[in-house]
Design a protein around this ligand. Sequence first.
Ligand SMILES: Cc1cc2nc3c(=O)[nH]c(=O)nc-3n(C[C@H](O)[C@H](O)[C@H](O)COP(=O)(O)OP(=O)(O)OC[C@H]3O[C@@H](n4cnc5c(N)ncnc54)[C@H](O)[C@@H]3O)c2cc1C
Length: 280
Amino acid sequence: MTAYLRPTDDAHAIALRAAHADYLVLAGGTDLLVAAHHKPVPVGILDIAGRFAGITVDAAGARIGAGTSWRAIATSAELAATWPILPAAAREVGALQIQTRGTIGGNLATSSPVGDGLPVLLALDATIHLASVRGARTVPYHQFCTGYRTTALGADELITAVTVPRPAPGTYLGWRKVGTRAAQSISKVMAACALEIVDGRIATARFGVGAVAARPIRAAAAEAAATGQPPTAAVAAAVAAALRHDITPIDDVRSTAAYRLEVAGNLLARFVTNAGRTQG
Ligand SMILES: Cc1cc2nc3c(=O)[nH]c(=O)nc-3n(C[C@H](O)[C@H](O)[C@H](O)COP(=O)(O)OP(=O)(O)OC[C@H]3O[C@@H](n4cnc5c(N)ncnc54)[C@H](O)[C@@H]3O)c2cc1C
């Protein structure tokens, strides 16, 4: 029979994880239960639903507990005021039922190339907070995904939170998901950006792109093409062209490599021209 453990608080969850590194960690269960019939029955379940939850905002930035639901993120006025692309992405994760159960920590740990929260966290330069009985540590999010559905999470660790710094003044934030339809759709391509504009030029560019490689990626060549340039149509075209060096899309049941390449380039180009429009 599968054992079942439910910690009484966050510290208890960390202690139980250390004692039972072979147990399955369950948060909202919206990824785990879909795959449950195709996997061996787990030795035990560590049910952390409701643990590590909550959003706090201060002068430095926002801290989102790993157990925070997409619904809480989607409806957070504090996040919407400064990091509107986070609630925007949250509103496009599945439908209301999935948003109510599913957590940002589950999205991070599953680390699917089509995880909708992930390009946004890359664009916002997020930091992942991990804890075990050995202590707490942080990993910059752009180093957290190590390959196809693999991460830097240790076997005895839990994700406790994600933090995002406040964007510099004059930063344009963008997010766009492209799927088969407007709602309840697995992404064909999605992208997010943070473009800091200083004196009419892009001083810092971060592009996070999903569903175009084995893991969500920062588009380094596209970022280099944007940095130091004005947000014009010509630069937008150069960014789209440079993106071809960053991504390796595939043909699969949801889309083709050629479509993904074209659309991802268009999304980044549109971010640049939209950033230009905000400059008046
Ligand atoms: C119908 C449907 C539609 C969906 N649509 C979308 C969509 O549009 N976009 C999208 O991105 N996703 C979608 N998903 C996937 C899923 O809802 C999300 O990835 C969600 O964020 C997973 O969170 P969870 O809390 O349910 O994770 P769980 O299923 O509980 O766990 C997922 C993985 O994360 C691990 N884990 C969870 N929390 C922690 C933690 N704190 N520390 C360490 N490990 C942890 C678990 O052990 C497990 O390996 C959909 C799923 C379904 C069933």
